[in-house]
Design a protein around this ligand. Structure first.
Ligand code: NAP
Length: 284
């Protein structure tokens, strides 16, 4: 029997409705939510992501400013801009598109954003909040994995979650987020011995690697829930890290690419923007 689909577009649409309502309520109170996105250089994927955030913000009534910096931008020029945006009270959220041009000190740039405006949860303060499980702004992609599961009716509590990938953006924060949801967590990476033996033990398998079709059907426990956070360029579009066509014959629930995790990330940034406004003392 073929797996049911974890429908990212449907979940994103329902979260978007919440965002629209919250934005309208804030505007009635005289608060005009505004997101600033910084784009340094011309990485094609980052340009697409930034533009898609702009469109999406327009749809939900969030004001959006895109700051495009040349590929040759220096640390001090970028820090100047971040400092100005930090001080600008009309801007509630700041997001720096990654990757940054090589000459920039990524860590320094991400740490320069005020934690209460850090809508992609990249600042060490917000990363630290994941340890206590409350209070901060969570990174959008791992939060999308969690929301996709919970809002699709998947219980995480007590389940064995196996994560493949321990990258800074997705896998590593997801370890704590899954723990905070009371999953039992196993983390796999390039040094894992017998990856398939680990993945086959998963009730919930989350893959965030960046290698097309690396998770094959025989690596999945029959009936398991599979969340594919991978985004890879492929002939004719994008694909995930899971061999979707074959895996869906084994899994119980599975997220497609496109149409899965990636459909939620922009709306999670918007949710974080609204939380940022609350943290900045302008709550509903
Ligand atoms: P990353 O930092 O490059 O991390 C990749 C991870 O995969 C590393 O932990 C690496 O292990 C592990 N890995 C690589 N090959 C492996 C193998 N053969 N077996 C087991 N583990 C292996 O990547 P990332 O930034 O976290 O992103 C991961 C994926 O998510 C990418 O496809 C990216 O495009 C996607 N992504 C999606 C969204 C979205 O909106 N859906 C957003 C951001 C990223 P080591 O640590 O041992 O090197």
């Amino acid at each position: 029997m073929s797996a049911q689909i974890l429908d990212g577009k449907k979940v994103a649409a329902s979260i978007r409705e919440e965002v629209v309502a919250e934005v309208a309520a804030l505007k009635k109170k005289g608060v005009n939510p505004k997101l600033a996105v910084l784009l340094a250089g011309d990485d094609p994927a980052s340009v697409v992501y930034a533009r898609s955030k702009e469109k999406s913000c327009q749809k939900v009534g969030i004001e959006f400013s895109l700051y495009v910096l040349p590929g040759s931008v220096t640390d001090s020029e970028m820090l100047d801009l971040v400092g100005r945006l930090n001080r600008d009270e009309s801007i509630h959220g700041i997001m720096i598109e990654l990757p940054l041009p090589k000459q920039l000190d990524k860590k320094r740039m991400l740490e320069a954003v005020l934690p209460v405006k850090d809508v992609d949860g990249a600042h060490p303060f917000n990363r630290g909040c994941l340890f206590s499980g409350a209070g901060g702004l969570s990174p959008a992609t791992p939060q999308s994995c969690i929301e996709l599961l919970l809002r699709s009716g998947v219980e995480i509590k007590g389940k064995h979650a196996v994560l493949v990938g321990r990258g800074e953006t997705v896998g590593k924060p997801l370890i704590l987020m899954m723990l905070n949801q009371n999953a039992t967590v196993t983390v796999c990476h390039t040094k894992t011995v017998d990856l398939a033996a680990q993945t086959r033990r998963a009730d919930i398998l989350v893959v965030a690697v960046g290698r097309p079709n690396m998770i094959t059907a025989d690596m999945i426990k029959p009936g398991a829930v599979v969340v594919d956070a991978g985004i890879n360029e492929a002939a004719g579009g994008i694909c995930g890290d899971v061999d979707f066509e074959r895996a869906k014959e084994v899994a119980g629930l599975i997220s497609p690419v496109p149409g899965g995790v990636g459909s939620l990330t922009t709306v999670m940034i918007q949710k974080n923007l609204l939380k940022a406004i609350e943290l900045q003392g302008k709550s509903l």
